[in-house]
Design a binder for this molecule. Structure first.
Ligand SMILES: [Fe+2]
Length: 234
């Protein structure tokens, strides 16, 4: 990880910004590959341990990608052979694994080591919008932490922007549902994974402690960039 090239970083940034991660080609079908992390596994310590990051990235995210590619390939065959029943049956695997790939590709971008600006509050338009819509950054953090802690089972808590209403929203999604399942005009700025695999090795069953510490490594610069792109000021 220490020898990552700048080119690899740029490829990841542009692909992940599109919610895709790496993209490959197999027998005319576009498949996906695990995007590299833009930092070393241990770079988020002590907020998130290197062991968690490595497993989360190499095992969990990779599994979503493997299963997503498998389901896409099966769907491709089902469509080609006119097998409507199989095509419909594959939808839940596509939603779960494709969602897992989309969500984790965003999540890695949402984190940054402290020495690279992790935890630094957002400035500019996103900072103003947060004050306007939630009162303050502290109030937003409190709300997202509480809603993330309250997710039953596995899921995500999101800060998104409704690009039609030009308003920030906090939402939760179950399992690996991406934010867009809560509304077609919602764009994720920041997603926090509250699956046990994201924190259990370090925080055990105390999800609120994980949600307290993760703010120390949140990459607000990335969230601001997406916000500026979706809500450009005239
Ligand atoms: Fe995860």
């Amino acid at each position: 990880m220490a020898l990552r090239s700048l080119a690899a970083k740029k490829t990841l940034a542009s692909a992940a910004a599109a919610g895709l991660g790496g993209v490959g080609q197999a027998r005319g079908l576009k498949t996906f590959t695990l995007p590299d992390l833009p930092y070393d596994y241990g770079a988020l310590e002590p907020a998130i341990s290197g062991e968690i990051m490595q497993l989360h990235h190499q095992k969990h995210h990779q599994t979503y990608i493997t299963n997503y590619n498998k389901a896409l390939e099966q769907l491709h065959h089902a469509i080609e052979s006119g097998d409507a029943s199989t095509a419909v049956k594959l939808q839940s695997a596509i939603k779960f694994n494709g969602g897992g790939h989309i969500n984790h590709s965003i999540f890695w971008q949402n984190l940054a080591p402290v020495r690279e600006g992790g935890g630094e509050p957002p400035h500019g338009n996103l900072g103003w919008a947060i004050d306007n819509d939630f009162g303050s950054l502290e109030a937003l953090i409190k709300k997202m932490s509480a809603e993330g802690a309250a997710v039953q089972g596995s899921g995500w808590v999101w800060l998104g922007v409704d690009k039609e209403a030009k308003k920030l929203v906090v939402e939760t999604t179950a399992n690996q549902d991406p934010l867009v399942t809560k509304g077609g005009s919602l764009v994720p700025l920041l997603g926090i994974d509250v699956w046990e695999h994201a924190y259990y090795l370090q925080y055990k069953n105390v999800r609120p402690d994980y949600l307290k510490n993760i703010w120390k490594v949140i990459n607000w610069k990335y969230a601001s960039q997406i916000y500026e792109k979706e809500c450009p000021k005239a």
